[in-house]
Design a protein around this ligand. Sequence first.
Ligand code: ADP
Ligand code: MG
Length: 273
Amino acid sequence: MSLLPTALSVENLSVFVGSRQIVTDLSFEIAAGERVCLLGASGSGKSLTASAILGLLPANGHVEGSIKVQGYEVANVAAALRPKQAQAAMVFQDSHSALNPLVSIGAQLREPLRRRQGLSNEAAERKAVESLDAMGLPDPMNLLKRCPAEISGGQRQRVCIALALACKTSLLVADEPTTALDVITQAQVLRVLKQNTGTKDAPATLFITHDLGAAVQLCDRAIILERGTIIESGPLASILTSPRHPFTRSLIATAQAGVIETVPQTIPYQEAV
Ligand SMILES: Nc1ncnc2c1ncn2[C@@H]1O[C@H](COP(=O)(O)OP(=O)(O)O)[C@@H](O)[C@H]1O
Ligand SMILES: [Mg+2]
């Protein structure tokens, strides 16, 4: 049995917006360093589940059941009111609106390095360069001086991942981080996510997607959601070889069709800023 604490434990979670129940009775856990995907069609309740876990539900939203991050009960506790150990980092689909358009990437990246890691200005500058380098981004010194609109969508999303990791949380929630990107850029983003997670020193990762092909590249375990309920969960390898639910079978068929149509034979990795 693992001695590492459970990074995320969700028990009998239901999510409501106004009087409408969107998500019903979800239960799952993510161990430290584990990468798990929440897969489901559009409208199945993935983003509201993410919002509930992050403490970012709309004002008329609430949850029933339990959400524990690092053992701290945080159901219905807004993100800003959670204890530091129970805060989660996040990466969203839209990297444009996740970053301040008027502030340089360097200034945005140095902020959590100083505030959450307690680094001096100089140490934060060095760490910012290292973290952009770890994202496979060329010429990090130059990139630090740029504003978000001056770089490509894939590069911006990798900056968002660097920012999320700089927060040094025990949990990272990435909601459709590759959905707005072309297939080559998706592969780069998945590769840096994979390289920078999956160890006990990195955050446990909840990767939210409608794309089984993307999930397979990053995660070992899947939770499959249909109309707000879990219909199947377990190791991705066994779900792929013996799906039990018709919706899972349709996800596999869609992913297989996508592979034939869209994945190039070679995937270039580095590009000029
Ligand atoms: N802020 C909101 N207010 C009311 N309904 C919402 C809100 N956000 C999402 N919903 C509804 O909840 C359902 C699930 O949405 P969402 O969690 O965004 O699904 P997914 O991320 O799986 O596409 C949808 O029917 C959506 O219309
Ligand atoms: Mg969504």
